[in-house]
Ligand binder design. Structure first.
Ligand SMILES: Cc1cc2nc3c(=O)[nH]c(=O)nc-3n(C[C@H](O)[C@H](O)[C@H](O)COP(=O)(O)OP(=O)(O)OC[C@H]3O[C@@H](n4cnc5c(N)ncnc54)[C@H](O)[C@@H]3O)c2cc1C
Length: 378
């Protein structure tokens, strides 16, 4: 498979990500997946190695990596544990609206926090505002020289572990979408708390909680950009974040192919390895075709992001396709492993549980198909 066209430096970064994932992450994955434990020490270690700050621009102290190198690194992490990648990536997701609309001081706050191994959380979703993100009911009311926030967010990645919360709230409910604004809320601000932690079917190494805002007073300087810019900042963030989410799903798809191949070469039936059966070979070939196609689609979308060309359509295709094929590859890996694939002692069932989330978050795959269709019929 052709993989990624990387520079010599890029190859070294990807090698470092692979070694971390293989040698340090892999040994703890099964136990954390079972218990739901958040492996904080390992996240700190990933930050020490610079893995959590790969998307931070050079001007704020980041490594200034090109997006293709970042994609290849994310694939290596996703291959070993998608949940670990999702929690790492969620800090970059929370930073993006600030990069798009924030002041240099706000940018430095996020960059320094993430580089120090801390977490950030992107707080958009609410119980009644999922796909319909514009239905956000959290309010931000101007008081003195600041704002008072009230509301409740749900399904927030890093909700229970973040130091910085990027919160979308309405400064003018009558204006609906155009009344949404974006704010920074720091951990420890009175009235901010993490609510119920989700007991998820997959990506169990990531932390997902409700986030409750109860009379949270923040200074006016914590507004990101201008009042009423929140919806645009959220949508632009999600548009570009989808492109960098796809490589984690590609990592899951690749792992499913690797596990299925190793099993098929080893498993003997009718006196020969099942990998000699054309029925199995064709399944493996289809898994490889899907993995490489998704990888190249992600590379293409990220190249558009890097070159500052329109990427909305390509990002939706990359996100939607990589999620669908991660699920299909995990299902096929289970099928190739037969009854053993259905056992929790084998890795394929975890890959299926992990893959499924990519069809749901950062815009469900139905919503992505609606976006893609709107580009086609426009
Ligand atoms: C593990 C996890 C982590 C998450 N992390 C975050 C996070 O960090 N920050 C954050 O803000 N949110 C986060 N989310 C929330 C996630 O983005 C939402 O769950 C997602 O956007 C879907 O919203 P919903 O769950 O309310 O589903 P709904 O919007 O209620 O959708 C239900 C079903 O209806 C379909 N549907 C809805 N509207 C349409 C439409 N217009 N056209 C076609 N079909 C439609 C959907 O595709 C879906 O199948 C996370 C969710 C999970 C599960």
């Amino acid at each position: 498979m052709s993989g990624y066209m990387l520079s010599d430096d890029g190859k070294l970064f990807v090698q470092a990500a692979r070694e971390f994932a293989e040698k340090e992450l892999r040994p703890v994955v099964a136990e954390c997946d079972r218990s739901g434990e958040f492996p904080l020490k390992l996240y700190k270690r990933a930050a020490e190695l610079g893995l959590s700050s790969v998307e931070i621009p050079e001007e704020f102290g980041g490594p200034g990596l090109d997006y293709i190198t970042v994609a290849a690194m994310y694939e290596e992490i996703g291959r070993i544990d998608a949940g670990f990648g999702v929690s790492m990536g969620a800090s970059s997701l929370a930073f993006k609206p600030v990069l798009l609309g924030g002041t240099p001081e706000q940018n430095r706050l996020y960059a320094e926090s993430i580089m120090a191994g801390k977490f950030a959380a992107f707080c958009l979703t609410e119980p009644n505002a999922g796909s319909d993100a514009g239905a956000v009911a959290t309010t931000a009311v101007k008081k003195g020289d600041g704002y008072v926030l009230n509301g409740s967010k749900c399904f927030i990645t890093n909700g229970g572990v973040a130091d910085l919360y990027t919160v979308f709230a309405s400064t003018d409910p009558a204006l609906k979408l155009r009344g949404l604004s974006c704010f920074i809320v720091e951990k420890g601000t009175p009235g901010l708390s993490a609510g119920k932690e989700e007991n998820k079917m997959g990506i169990r190494l990531s932390n997902t909680t409700d986030v409750v805002l109860n009379d949270v007073h923040i200074p006016a300087g914590n507004l990101v950009g201008k009042e009423g810019r929140g919806f645009i900042l959220a949508m632009k963030t999600l548009d570009s974040a989808r492109c960098s989410l796809a490589p984690f799903a590609v990592g899951v798809a690749r792992r499913a192919l690797e596990e299925a191949t190793a099993y098929a070469k080893n498993r003997q039936q009718f006196g020969k390895p099942i990998s000699s059966l054309q029925a199995i070979q064709f399944m493996l070939a289809d898994m490889a075709i899907r993995t490489e196609t998704a990888r190249q689609m992600a590379v293409h979308a990220l190249t558009l992001v890097q070159e500052k060309r329109p990427y909305g359509l390509d990002g939706s295709i990359a996100k939607c396709y990589s999620a669908d094929i991660a699920v299909q590859n995990a299902l096929d890996a289970i099928q190739i492993m037969g009854g053993y694939g259905y056992s929790r002692d084998m890795p394929a069932e975890k890959l299926l549980r992990d893959a499924k989330i990519f069809q749901i978050f950062e815009g469900t795959n139905q919503v992505q198909r609606a976006v893609i269709a709107s580009h086609i019929i426009r």
